[in-house]
Write a protein that binds this ligand. Sequence first.
Ligand SMILES: Cc1cc2nc3c(=O)[nH]c(=O)nc-3n(C[C@H](O)[C@H](O)[C@H](O)COP(=O)(O)OP(=O)(O)OC[C@H]3O[C@@H](n4cnc5c(N)ncnc54)[C@H](O)[C@@H]3O)c2cc1C
Length: 384
Amino acid sequence: MSIRFNEDQIQIRDLVRRIAKERVAPRADEIDRTAEYPQDMFDLLKELGLFTLPFPEKYGGSNSLVSACIAIEELGRVCYNTAYLLMTQWMPFLAIMTGGTEDQKARYLPGLAAGDLRGAFSTTEPQSGSDVAGIKTRATPVIGGYSITGSKIWCTNSHIADFVVVAAKTGDDDSTRGINLYIVERGTKGFTVGRKEDKMGGRGIPSCPLFLDNVFVPEGNILGEMGKGFKKVMEAFNKSRPLIAARGVGLAQGAIDHATEYIQQRVAFRQKISDFQGIRWMLADMVIQTEAARQLLYNAAAMVDAGAPSEVLAPISAIAKCFSSDTAMRVATDAVQMYGASGISNDYPINRYFRDAKLLQIIEGTNQIQRNIIASHTLGRPTR
Ligand SMILES: Cc1cc2nc3c(=O)[nH]c(=O)nc-3n(C[C@H](O)[C@H](O)[C@H](O)COP(=O)(O)OP(=O)(O)OC[C@H]3O[C@@H](n4cnc5c(N)ncnc54)[C@H](O)[C@@H]3O)c2cc1C
């Protein structure tokens, strides 16, 4: 466990680890059970100034994806939903930081960094998730801007967001080249957020459908140059995937923490189950896989911080996301197995890890899509 963090990063890790243990862990089960948005946890992250972490220094941040991953890992170890709060702040930040004009940066980034503004990002529609080119929401040019009509699903954080970055198609180009991003502000006429999904995991941070009926978006709210903004932002998300990997590693480590405690107090056949070789080897495999995922994660994040080019980062980030989330699923499954029937009971925390882990294999590009990116890169062919 020998990742070399600098002094600042060690301080961030120690601080977040302590806060996670003392203030976040005691809330984790309740957030999952009630599926209520954890405003108190949002306020805590805001008070600690953690939202700023990946932001450039001019917004009070450390400009470091490694530092951001450390915070996510430590929080995700005890509470998936609280770690998710950082991600929901950072997705719109990355989109605007990458594709936004100076005016848009000035309008939104200080608020996001301070936790005074919240955003959401929306591409997915009922007929198209992985296949982004299949979206049907349309943006039609009108005087002074665009009029957007369509519907979206699974837009996380939209129930509370001050604005949503929405993907819509313009013109006749049916590929992703025809897609642009528009900043739709809460309260804009014709824009409504629907009822939240009843999810098996990530229950504290709602995902909702969006309905857009002739929503006027002024020119100043188009993200990036028409025809180029979407590609640029998607490339930025390729780079940010280590953040999802950090959630996987944190979750896996948390499952190991719980399982380690449980197997040392549970007795079967007059001995602690931690004395059975079958259980010990399972535990060792969980640790081996999690440590391997951690190395991939921080290697990818360090490459982002070092400014590696997008074409190098795309497969490296995909490998980290894919391996870490598959590891989280495997480790959480084995942890439930170690608990026996107690692993199925909602009186124990471990099935929360199992349910949350599944989301990580689906969000931010499913793991099949990550494998497509990795294979295409290896074969030297563009991803379909
Ligand atoms: C908790 C949660 C939060 C979310 N938050 C957001 C959000 O904030 N904003 C947003 O826009 N979306 C969000 N999503 C949606 C998410 O991005 C999509 O669910 C995801 O991209 C997959 O799309 P889909 O569900 O339509 O599955 P599909 O694309 O229909 O895929 C179904 C299956 O087919 C596989 N598949 C599809 N294409 C290929 C291929 N080319 N090769 C191999 N296999 C393939 C997939 O991997 C999957 O296993 C969220 C989803 C969840 C579960």
